[in-house]
Design a protein around this ligand. Structure first.
Ligand SMILES: C[S@@+](CC[C@H](N)C(=O)[O-])C[C@H]1O[C@@H](n2cnc3c(N)ncnc32)[C@H](O)[C@@H]1O
Length: 231
């Protein structure tokens, strides 16, 4: 359960408050499994000296991984605190440029022609995911890769969390507060339609859950869809 000051916050303020401990979360629990998933799946897509954009980079965990695989990275986050931690946690001389900016106002025209864009667990917090995804699509080079994750509308864990959150509300407790700001989730079909709107035809949608083993995903719907799309 979170202290009261986390309530009624916008996504940026919410994540500002989490920044100091964000990278530590990656050393354990679900985020560790997610990091392993991304590390393994990203590798074949990243060419040496390619140019990548990490949209909503948090403390730069994935930016550093992409850079380690040989790419130059521009990493943007709306949270000042996340960027402060990212700078602190990144060795100097790495070819990663961190920028503190809201993705909504970001001047994509000043930095464009990306070979790849990654946007991990950010789309769900945006008021206008279509506009931002269209911007991503436009800034990608031909054959460039767009990799992003979104919550699965039918996720077992997410729906249990929603039910528990509603139950606890009756007793004036607040749990799973990220649900207050995580507004966009998709069914498999909606996600396919969503991708088609942007002209993506060559893509694969992976299912990911930190708790439920892959073998059970047909019975118990996983938390995330992770899209690997090629322009
Ligand atoms: C759940 S965290 C994910 C961080 C990172 N991508 C990762 O996978 O570790 C969501 C991040 O999106 C950022 N964010 C949310 N809305 C944003 C916006 N409109 N513009 C820029 N960053 C945003 C938050 O500040 C936060 O760092």
């Amino acid at each position: 359960m979170m202290p009261k000051e986390h309530l009624n916050m916008d996504p940026i303020s919410f994540h500002n408050a989490l920044a100091k401990k964000w990278s530590i979360k990656y050393k354990k629990s679900g985020l560790r499994k997610r990091y392993k998933f991304f590390s393994a799946h990203l590798k074949p897509f990243i060419k040496k000296n390619s140019f990548w954009f990490d949209a909503g980079c948090g403390t730069g965990i994935l930016s550093r991984k992409i850079n380690q695989y040989g790419a130059q990275v521009v990493a943007v986050d709306g949270s000042k605190e996340m960027i402060r931690m990212a700078l602190k946690e990144t060795e100097k001389n790495k070819r990663i440029k961190y920028i503190n900016s809201d993705l909504v106002n970001f001047d994509f025209e000043s930095i464009k022609n990306f070979d790849g864009i990654i946007c991990s667990s950010v789309i769900e917090y945006l008021d206008n995911p279509e506009t931002i995804l269209m911007n991503f699509y436009n800034q990608l080079n031909k054959n460039g890769h767009l990799i992003f994750s979104v919550p699965n509308e039918s996720s077992l864990v997410r729906n249990i969390q929603i039910a528990l959150r509603n139950l606890f509300k009756c007793f004036k407790f607040s749990i799973f507060n990220y649900l207050q700001i995580s507004k966009n989730s998709y069914t498999f079909r909606e996600l396919n339609d969503f991708l088609a709107t942007f002209g993506f035809t060559d893509y694969k949608i992976y299912k990911f859950d930190a708790i439920i083993p892959d073998t059970l995903h047909k019975v118990f719907q996983p938390t995330l869809y992770v899209v690997f799309a090629k322009k």
